[in-house]
Design a protein around this ligand. Structure first.
Ligand code: DUC
Ligand code: ZN
Ligand code: ZN
Length: 477
């Protein structure tokens, strides 16, 4: 018999959801929110949020953890260290990627990924699939079965030799998304243009990290974004364009929306806080730390991304955390070498800093409302990826995944972060807010100073159908 009706009461919270801001006590029992109200009875434990903002736990719907790479490269974060960092940064749900290797079944990729995740995660997690080999078996059997089993989203690549699909294959996969109600994410960059530019740059000795940005100009993203939109129109299914970097892709998405198409879009911190200059203004290899795709652009493009975040163009804000150590033969120096830009593992860490950066420069700088912050970082990802209303809101019956915010000056330092990467691209960056408490399933996983492993661990989330957009009708073809 419990002595109190509630396991925990978070008292005097300034609760922020995607639609409302109100003062309330939040009562938690068995990992769920069970009451919201004034002057609730005492819980077995109490936390006084004393007027602090409390938001739903963040959902990082685009991050890479322990994703198998070609030897000698290896991701620095697995599900242990990656979800530890997530928790300390206020993220209570992650959705990384189970990647199909060409020639391998999709189910095998998902099973392998469960072996990597289960029992190791400290926050709840789901898997997106990466479809790299859409054989008839995959299209007709594996994908529909896996979608029914709760893997209700997948990513399609238009670049990277080992992952990319051609347009016909993309249409086939989009058709499965339409028929079986899944969310299709698209990495939109034109592979042939990148290859052509890379060859020319390397042939003339321009191999430093900064040429990564030169090899992937905005036009390669613009062209692929436009093509993805056309393929979505033809297949008659919404898509979500991931990691949109700047004006040219944004213009394509605005055009599609103005023509009534359901095109969703994601952006990430690197397109707000980094520029191509972070890849180097000279040939220094340090720029490898910020090599990611698409590359960061310039300040004018950062403004375009801020506008899209504020005015509703973007649906979700994710980290695209892709963790590689800088000074490591498994990381940015494969085999211990300073390699040409075309061989530098793509990606930067950001799972822990995503929310604080957006809160500081978005909410506190007056660039977006607190409600919009919640929508982009939690509510919309929950809806797009079939987790709402269990996740993404502060509501009775929802999981007790909560973040309490503390305001004050603090500089980002890699020493203080909880990932397993030897750098952060945001070293020295000044924050004005960060989480002082993270609850995952009602348990404290971050108390503002220390990480606490969740007893029983994070759970695998079987996800439902997307709910952000109305269910689509029959195909026209
Ligand atoms: N780009 C991706 O598409 N994925 C991982 C990291 C990156 O830079
Ligand atoms: Zn991508
Ligand atoms: Zn990615």
């Amino acid at each position: 018999m419990k002595s109190s009706e509630f396991d925990l009461v978070v008292r005097n919270a300034r609760v922020a959801t995607a639609s409302d801001i109100f003062e309330a006590d939040i009562a938690i029992r068995d990992g769920k929110i069970v009451q919201l109200g004034a002057n609730l009875p005492a819980g077995a434990r109490e936390y006084d949020a004393a007027g602090r903002v409390v938001t739903p736990g963040g959902i990082d719907a685009h991050c890479h953890l322990d994703q198998p790479m070609e030897s000698p490269v290896r991701m620095a974060d697995d599900f242990d260290t990656g979800t530890r960092a997530a928790a300390c940064g206020g993220t209570t749900t992650v959705i990384p990627f189970a990647a199909q290797v060409k020639g391998q079944s999709l189910r095998a990729a998902v099973e392998d990924y469960h072996r990597r995740a289960d029992g190791k995660a400290h926050v709840d997690y789901g898997f997106h699939m990466i479809v790299s080999d859409p054989t008839p078996e995959v299209l007709e059997k594996e994908l529909p079965e896996l979608i029914r089993a709760g893997y209700t989203s997948f990513k399609i690549y238009m670049t990277y030799d080992d992952l990319k699909l051609n347009d016909g294959q993309i249409l086939d996969v989009l058709d499965v998304a339409r028929k079986h109600d899944a969310t299709a994410m698209i990495h939109a960059e034109n592979a042939d243009c990148i290859q052509w530019l890379t060859k020319r740059l390397e042939a003339s000795g321009r191999t430093a990290p900064r040429y990564h940005a030169v090899s992937r100009p905005m036009l390669v993203e613009r062209e692929a974004t436009h093509r993805a939109i056309a393929l979505s129109e033809l297949a008659d299914v919404p898509i979500l364009i991931v990691h949109v970097s700047g004006r040219e892709a944004v213009e394509q998405i605005r055009w599609a929306r103005s023509h009534g198409m359901n095109i969703m879009a994601e952006t990430c911190p690197q397109y707000l806080f980094l520029t191509a200059e972070d890849l180097g203004i000279d040939d220094s290899y340090h720029g490898a730390k910020c090599v990611c795709s698409p590359p960061p652009r310039n300040q004018a493009n950062q403004e375009v991304i801020w506008n899209g975040l504020n005015d509703g163009l973007f649906t979700v804000f994710s980290s695209d955390h892709a963790p590689f150590n800088y000074d490591s033969p498994e990381g940015k120096k494969p085999g211990g070498e300073e390699v040409s830009f075309g061989h530098i593992p793509n990606g930067i860490p950001g799972i822990e800093t995503r929310l604080s950066l957006l809160y500081t420069h978005g909410v506190l700088a007056g660039r977006m409302t607190l409600n919009r912050f919640v929508e982009l970082t939690s509510t919309n990802p929950a809806k797009v990826y079939g987790l709402h209303p269990r996740k993404g809101s502060i509501a009775i019956g929802a999981d007790a995944d909560l973040v309490v915010w503390q305001e004050g000056e603090r500089a980002i330092s890699n020493r203080d972060l909880h990932h397993n990467v030897d750098y952060t691209p945001y070293e020295g960056h000044q924050l004005k807010a960060w989480p002082c408490l993270t609850l995952s399933g009602g348990q404290v996983v971050w108390d503002g100073e220390q990480f606490h492993s969740r007893s029983g661990g994070g759970r695998f989330l079987q996800r439902g159908a997307p709910t952000l957009l109305p269910k689509r009708h029959q195909s026209r073809f």
